[in-house]
Design a protein around this ligand. Sequence first.
Ligand code: ZN
Length: 134
Amino acid sequence: MIPATFSAALLRGVRSRCPRCGEGSLFRKWLKPRERCPVCTMDLTPQRADDFPGYIAMIVTGHLMAPLIIALSVDYAMGPVGMLAIVVPLAIAMMIGMLQPAKGGVIATQWWFGMHGFVKERLPEVPAEDNRAG
Ligand SMILES: [Zn+2]
């Protein structure tokens, strides 16, 4: 079923599910999107995530690592070797772990806003009169 809100569609994408039906898997391999959703058969070839998931992963990782680096150097007076031994593997793991959810989110965003040849789909809006108790 088509999600009611952008955040619902985005959450489906972040969880590597088709943003339209929420059931079919979005990826054939780790970062290789399917050509069609296996459940609702939506065409996924218009997606153009390009480098954007990588930038999202770098920005989020950088913002999460900065306080850790500051805490390790100020509070624990850790030297550069110990710092690199902790920070570099952690940053690599975080970025690798974030790539697929970020790409799913980018594809879901492109689908929701009808970008790059995706068909913009919305549930029909409920008129205000129907919300009143009667
Ligand atoms: Zn689907």
